[in-house]
Design a protein around this ligand. Structure first.
Ligand SMILES: Nc1ncnc2c1ncn2[C@@H]1O[C@H](COP(=O)(O)OP(=O)(O)OP(=O)(O)O)[C@@H](O)[C@H]1O
Ligand SMILES: [Mg+2]
Length: 245
């Protein structure tokens, strides 16, 4: 039996008239890669933000390793062992690759030598060893994404939240990212990943959960879930589902 690292229990978030997330419950197992799916506006980023401390849930609990972290501030969530990447990556543009990676390390220790050592290791892990001195401003969009991932990993998380990591990437870059995520999991880090590119989600996820209009509509094995009528309807509409019946 797998142990649970993250247990989301009935979280909700309303923005004025929009119920962005409604009574959402799901869990992530230790060592698992869980894909979070759903059409645009389904509430994926909002759910992420409630887990990562950027938004306080209106209701519910977010149990990380058994402790409720709902409503904690982002830096406390990070200290607790959860790191995230953003849908839009924003490195420190005038810092170089190593310096950007080092920023993550200060979450754990003030020991600069140790932080630098880990940042150097991370640059190699990302396949960015040769760009270690490059200013983030001068990197390609994909390299900025990898840098953002590395900065999150330098905080030494046990759970990593990734929001749309291959958006705009070429197929070969997407393949490289898939390989990186697998290696991250092999390091013992559990992963919750939001991604629209089905090929990426299907090849990475051990399990997927699907949101539609803020509500959970499916949870299970990827191949089975994407064939469920409710999921097809959410993505393609009622007509498409009827045409297949
Ligand atoms: N800060 C906010 N203020 C008001 N409405 C918001 C805010 N953030 C999100 N929303 C609304 O909440 C709903 C869910 O948005 P969210 O960004 O969580 O969706 P998403 O699943 O991440 O979509 P996408 O796939 O496009 O990134 C949308 O209707 C969105 O317009
Ligand atoms: Mg989003």
């Amino acid at each position: 039996m797998t142990t649970t690292i993250l247990d989301v229990q009935g979280i909700s978030k309303r923005f004025g008239g929009v119920q962005a997330v409604k009574d959402l419950s799901f869990s992530v197992g230790k060592g698992e890669i869980l894909g979070l799916l759903g059409p645009n506006g389904a509430g994926k980023t909002t759910a992420f933000n409630m887990i990562a401390g950027y938004l306080r849930p209106d209701t519910g609990k977010v149990l990380f390793e058994g402790k409720d972290i709902a409503g904690k501030r982002p830096w406390d969530v990070c200290k607790a062992g959860i790191a995230r990447t953003f849908q839009l990556s924003k490195p420190f543009g005038d810092l170089n690759v190593i310096e950007n990676l080092m920023v993550g390390g200060f979450c754990r220790t003030g020991d600069r030598a140790r932080i630098r050592e880990r940042a150097e290791w991370m640059a190699d892990f990302l396949g960015m060893g040769r760009q270690r001195e490059a200013e983030a401003n001068n990197l390609t969009a994909f390299d900025r994404r990898k840098l953002e991932l590395g900065r999150a990993l330098c905080t030494e998380p046990r759970l990593l939240l990734m929001d749309e990591v291959v958006a705009g990437a070429t197929p070969s870059e997407a393949g490289e990212m898939v390989e990186l995520v697998r290696r991250i999991r092999d390091m013992g880090i559990s992963v919750l990943i939001v991604e629209h590119v089905m090929k990426v989600i299907m090849s990475l996820s051990d399990r997927v959960v699907v949101l539609d209009y803020g509500e959970l509509i499916a949870d299970g094995e990827p191949q089975r879930v994407v064939a469920e009528p409710r999921v097809l309807k959410a993505y393609f509409g009622e007509r498409y589902v009827q045409s297949r019946a």
